[in-house]
Design a protein around this ligand. Sequence first.
Ligand SMILES: CC(=O)[C@@H](O)[C@H](O)COP(=O)(O)O
Length: 255
Amino acid sequence: MRVYGTEITSRLLLGTAQYPSPAVLAAAVKSSGTEIITVSLRRETADGSGAGFWDSLRETGCRILPNTAGCHSVQEAVTTARMARELFDTPWIKLEVIGHSDTLQPDVFGLVEAARVLSSEGFQVFPYTTDDLVAGEKLLEAGCEVLMPWGAPIGSGQGLRTPDGLRAMRAHFPDVPLIVDAGIGRPSDAAQAMELGMDAVLLNTAVAKAGDPAGMARAMALAVEAGRLGYEADPMERRDMAVPSTPVLGLAEFA
Ligand SMILES: CC(=O)[C@@H](O)[C@H](O)COP(=O)(O)O
């Protein structure tokens, strides 16, 4: 998968919040084989433990994708992105503009506006969006080269709530990298996303809150890989009726 000119081998991206300890986070990152981890600027600086947390992220050797988690307005998201660029020295930003406090649903109007501002400033924007095709088109027009449709509300672990919407996105944007972000709860959800032709999956809570985060990270990595292999192997069409899988020719000879 190629995003903003960067070749990415692992199709699993991992969030870094909610782990019981930095050591558990490091173990999960390692066993996931991920190359990209996302970090909230607010998490980094809010509780005064920022420096230690940043050190543990750097030790993973992964590329950092800062995010604007928790931003509810264009201004807030743009300001946070600018601070993240200074702090992490990267043009990459996972752009979240939250529109609704209960569902944490993206505000696609604010998202497009913020993406336009940030792209014009040289940012390479990874927008957390819905499966709305028009919003997707506007984000591409705003300069985004990747789209991150939600699977389900952040932290819900509900899996893919609108597989048909994701399928439509794949068909509508055949050449745009699509990364499902949020709501993945089980390895089977991750595999399903990949079977739909998504290019990658970003998840956090399902690994951080598992009884064995490193074990779950490994399971997610295998699921992502299996789903992708299945997609590339061009699965059979589903049928309404049974079709014998064993040839019946020649049965009469034994009668
Ligand atoms: C860490 C991060 O970026 C989250 O905002 C992301 O959307 C992941 O969501 P889940 O925790 O539901 O996997």
